[in-house]
Design a protein around this ligand. Structure first.
Ligand code: BDR
Ligand code: CA
Length: 310
């Protein structure tokens, strides 16, 4: 059976780390490359985290491409807004994006820009490539803008972002990835590309609880580093009793879409004002965005643990 070709567009990020290890471990996934975006930490940190993780996992053949810092950065916002945003992300992901230390990278990012890699891979694998963005949608929107034909070339996008029927997690209205670059998110949602949207509707409550210390019990390098990470998160954030599997569910949705109940919507994003980053969904049987509205949480967690234990 041929493998599923994906590009993982990521901003590692604690839960990104789990998702990346899943993609590396799944026998059904052919990870063509990782494209990096700023979000959970600066672009420099997220790039470093990706390279360090591949070094740790002994998967240095997977190419890494640097992309965009994402719209929400020091130069695009007021100092107050940026400070507030930064303290939110530091609380969740720490200063550098990860609550676990990894070895220094033994590899360098490739010279090509992430956006150009996305375009050339899509062209070379017409009808086969699935984009899996699990961070702000800046790189994906830039790729669509630079090469509109990409809409016909990619097979689908499975993305982590948004909160269609539930409240946000950065503000009352907005989910983090969409909040970071609402304009990009709006462009991607309205591109007409078939999207499977894994938003907070299905990801927030699918979580590892503080007391579930035996969720992963194997001794592979991936399982060990994840156990260490969960342990640190629960120690550092004493009032947090769960760790949401946002990004891992998005990778899972590529492998096991049947665990999720999907409903077709038209989705747009509010791009400014107090509701900036809010995802607005209207049910439409002819819509291009399949929103995950329900998930078999227990089975999803079992499957994720299974893949991580490979
Ligand atoms: C999303 O935001 C990030 O903090 C996580 O990595 C995930 O992609 C959840 O809102
Ligand atoms: Ca992420």
């Amino acid at each position: 059976m041929s493998k599923i070709k994906i590009i993982l567009d990521t901003d590692p990020g604690n839960d990104d780390l789990l998702a990346i290890i899943m993609a590396l471990k799944s026998e059904l996934i052919d990870i063509r490359g990782m494209t990096i975006v700023g979000g959970n930490a600066s672009l420099e940190n997220t790039t470093n985290n990706a390279l360090s993780l591949l070094t740790y996992m002994n998967r240095v053949e997977v190419p890494v491409y640097i992309g965009d810092p994402s719209a929400l950065n020091e130069s695009s916002t007021s100092p107050e807004e940026f400070d507030e945003f930064k303290s939110h992300r530091i609380e969740i992901h720490g200063e550098t994006g990860l609550h676990v230390s990894l070895p220094s990278p033994s590899i360098e990012p490739r010279k090509i820009h992430a956006v150009d890699f996305i375009i050339s891979e899509a062209e070379a694998n017409k009808g086969e490539l699935i984009l899996v963005p699990i961070g702000p949608l800046t790189n994906i929107a830039m790729a669509i803008k630079k090469e509109p034909n990409i809409k016909d070339w990619v097979k689908r996008i499975h993305l982590m972002g948004g909160a269609v029927n539930v409240p946000g997690n950065v503000t009352e209205h907005a989910e983090f990835n969409i909040y970071c670059d609402p304009v990009a998110a709006n462009e991607v949602m309205s591109s007409g590309i078939g999207i499977k949207l894994c938003g907070l509707d299905i990801t927030r409550n699918t979580s590892v609880k503080r007391e579930e210390t035996d969720w992963l019990h194997g001794n592979s390098p991936g399982e060990k580093v994840i156990r260490q990470l969960l342990d640190t998160v629960f120690k550092k954030i004493p009032d947090r009793n769960y760790f949401s599997l946002h990004d891992p569910i998005t990778v899972l949705s590529v492998l096991h879409p049947e665990l999720i109940e999907w409903e077709l919507f038209d989705v747009s994003v509010i791009c400014n004002g107090p509701e900036s980053g809010k995802t607005l969904g209207t049910v439409n049987a002819g819509g291009s965005v399949a929103v995950g509205v329900n998930i078999d949480q227990d089975l999803a967690k079992i499957k994720i643990a299974e893949i991580l234990s490979n």
